[in-house]
Design a protein around this ligand. Structure first.
Ligand SMILES: [Zn+2]
Length: 276
């Protein structure tokens, strides 16, 4: 959390408000948040934000100055947010980075994180490429069903762990892994290689539809998530299983949702979700 849908919502706001703007100031309150390239940050002042993209759950700002482009990659971790002025109320304490902007409808972009899991990297192109290659698998929206079914179906690992493995498929976290598996009718502990072709196809389609529905609803607000303008997500109102322990299965199978605690919490219907 934020997972792929929330990151996509943030991206949409950033593109509308800060794409094409110029960075006129950069204040770093907590230097340990910058994991790479701290000494290069003065370079970013005067650069223009030319592109904003997403890899898994991380956001990349491409900043251009003259013929050179450098990159700011932000991982939001469990609790991180990008905020515009006006949505920082009650959050000023944990603003670690403040970017002052010119030629934009918002004067600042803030990187806020009450915990230390967030990380920011300042990269040149070569180091960005190396980092992305090492860190992230394929984006689920960029995966064909053949590639998806091979990735899951050729592994002896548990299907939920496979969905969560960022090196294989980038962007799915615990909320959406639970919702996707429920939608597909697959048990979280099912082994990838034991799934039938039909189950793998259902899993592929559930992945696409759950993530797209979540984006359309502005993501899920569990704890603190909001878009940069302060808007909360609404997809949590449509969760079928996540944090729904002991509530009736929405399919009406007369069973209640159970919780399994191993690694991350799994929420599932023991009747509707099968192991093959
Ligand atoms: Zn059920």
């Amino acid at each position: 959390m934020p997972e792929l849908p929330e990151t996509e919502v943030i991206l949409d706001h950033l593109r509308k408000k800060i794409l094409g703007s110029t960075i006129s100031g950069l204040r770093i309150e907590r230097k340990d948040i910058i994991r790479t390239g701290l000494s290069s940050w003065p370079w970013y002042i005067g650069s223009q934000i030319r592109d904003i993209s997403r890899n898994g759950k991380s956001i990349v700002l491409s900043c251009a100055k003259g013929s050179k482009t450098r990159y700011l990659l932000a991982e939001l971790g469990m609790t991180g947010l990008f905020l515009f002025p006006g949505s920082t109320l009650g959050r000023t304490k944990h603003i670690h980075i403040a970017i002052t902007l010119e030629h934009a409808p918002v004067s600042h972009l803030y990187y806020w994180n009450p915990r230390r899991f967030g990380r920011v990297y300042l990269f040149d192109r070569q180091h960005l490429d190396q980092f992305l290659q090492r860190r992230f698998g394929v984006d689920p929206f960029a995966m064909t069903h053949e590639a998806f079914c091979l990735t899951i179906g050729q592994s002896r690992g548990r299907v939920k762990a496979l969905l969560l493995n960022q090196h294989k498929i980038a962007g799915i976290g615990n909320i959406y892994a639970n919702e996707i598996l429920y939608r597909a009718g697959i048990h979280p502990h099912a082994k990838g290689c034991r799934l039938s072709k039909a189950s793998l196809m259902r899993l592929y389609h559930s992945t696409q539809t759950v993530l797209r529905e979540a984006i359309a609803h502005g993501g899920s607000t569990i704890r603190d998530f909001c878009a940069p303008d302060g808007t909360s997500g609404r997809f949590q109102e449509h969760h079928a299983v996540y944090q729904k322990t002991a509530t009736p299965c929405p399919r009406g199978c007369a069973t209640t949702i159970q919780r399994l605690i191993r690694e991350r919490s799994s929420f599932f219907c023991p009747r509707c979700q099968k192991r093959n």
